[in-house]
Design a protein around this ligand. Structure first.
Ligand SMILES: [Zn+2]
Length: 415
């Protein structure tokens, strides 16, 4: 199983919008670009919403069947590890092997020595084709990189072998992720991480490093855009070189755990992958759920009242809701409107405050981020929320499709 050049990770918290999401990719196909849908859901999300891995498989299969999608599609066991992978093996075919927690744990001395020996040939000036400046590599640098990442790559390989034993290595797409950490990996570190993964015989097809800057959930990129561009371009070239140098899968590509809505860097990523004829996987963060709230608000009446109720509860419980997402949100509490004030808003005001239209006078990124992490409130409402999704399915679907196509795919692929 080999993942195609372009793929897009579409989370869907409550599992109701699979068809609307797929419709966006059908529109991209009609516009001339083939993008493979990958339904991703993390263990954390399953726990909060009360769903199981088979639900995501059912959602994907149902959407594909009902819209007659003939292309490739996948179900991603997102950010899994050895403690929770077993429940996903049967239902997923894309596995995000998250080994960020093992960074900085030290591998055995013997293993570190092997790594140094194998990579001694890069000591001196390392030239990566396409990158004008050579990287200076010393033996100390190799030791430092091994101390940081070797153990984590061993853990990734252990997890890969565990899944492959049950599933068969040919029936899965392995991704290795190290993105949920504070410090970005440099292109040089990425090169040696790929050396380690190849040495472990892990046929990685997508790799998710931590890039420079903040990838907060559901809002735009925050950081040094020029630095991101340089790093992203070098990462593309490093991967290209590593494929040849280490015999990694030809289709190996970057996976950007975007957190959704990285509007200011999508065009940069799009231009660079085109320039070097490279693939990409962009994972989004389940902001489809925000489109459900926008759709409910737009529908007015009881549906608008339900959206307001969700906000009020999220506002009251903000500390608890934000805690698991502390590293990937940035909310300024002073900028959050009081629930009593929100209760007076009409449909348009609520939707415009939540919907991410850069530069729109009503858009409030603090409001948006709080609602984004507030999906537990809706999950706790249970039937009250689900039945509203069914009653307002049409208007919600329009918002879901428009969001993925107009705000994400169009910017990324210049459609
Ligand atoms: Zn991630």
């Amino acid at each position: 199983m080999k993942i195609a050049k372009y793929s897009f990770g579409i989370g869907d918290r409550f599992g109701h919008q699979g068809k609307a999401q797929l419709s966006a990719l059908i529109r991209a196909k009609d516009a001339g670009i083939d993008v493979v849908p990958v339904w991703n859901k993390s263990h954390r999300e399953h726990g909060i919403v009360g769903t199981s891995p088979s639900d995501v498989r059912d959602e994907a299969d149902t959407a594909v069947r009902s819209l007659g999608w003939k292309g490739e599609y996948h179900v991603d066991a997102d950010h899994i590890n050895m403690s929770n992978v077993d429940g996903y093996i049967e239902h997923s075919d894309f596995f995000t092997l998250d080994v960020a927690d093992y960074i900085m744990e030290r591998a055995e001395d013997r293993k570190i020595q092997d790594f140094i020996r194998q990579n001694m040939k890069y000591v001196g000036e390392l030239k990566i084709p396409g990158i004008s400046e050579a990287f200076t590599i010393s033996e100390e640098k190799l030791v430092e990189i091994a101390n940081k990442y070797l153990f984590a790559t061993e853990k990734a390989a252990e997890l890969y072998r565990h899944i492959a034993e049950t599933k068969g290595g040919d029936d899965m797409i392995p991704e290795v992720s190290m993105d949920e950490v504070a410090m970005p990996q440099t292109p040089v570190e990425l090169f040696f991480i790929l050396s380690m993964l190849a040495n472990e015989n892990l046929p990685v097809q997508t790799i998710a490093p931590k890039f420079t800057g903040r990838f907060n959930k559901g809002v735009d990129y925050e950081g040094d855009i020029a630095q991101f561009e340089k790093e992203f371009e070098e990462d593309l070239l490093v991967i290209d070189f590593a494929i040849k140098e280490f015999g990694l899968p030809e289709n190996l590509k970057l996976s950007v755990h975007s957190g959704s809505d990285k509007f200011s860097i999508y065009p940069i990523m799009g231009r660079l992958i085109k320039k070097y004829d490279k693939g990409i996987h962009v994972k989004t963060a389940g902001t489809t759920w925000l489109e459900e709230i926008i759709g409910l608000a737009a529908a007015g009446g009881d549906a608008l009242n339900l959206a307001k109720k969700v906000y009020r509860k999220a506002f009251e419980k903000q500390e608890a809701l934000c805690a698991p997402y502390a590293t990937v949100i940035d909310i300024n509490p002073i900028q959050l409107p009081a629930p009593d004030q929100v209760d007076m808003w009409n449909s348009e005001k609520f939707a415009d405050t939540l919907r991410h239209i850069p530069g729109h006078a009503e858009y409030n990124s603090n409001f948006r981020q709080l609602v984004h992490v507030g999906y537990k409130v809706a999950a706790d409402m249970g039937e009250e929320y689900y039945s509203a999704l069914v009653r307002n399915a049409g208007v919600i679907a329009e918002n879901v499709e428009e969001n993925i196509y107009d705000r994400h795919l169009k910017r990324l692929f210049d459609l």
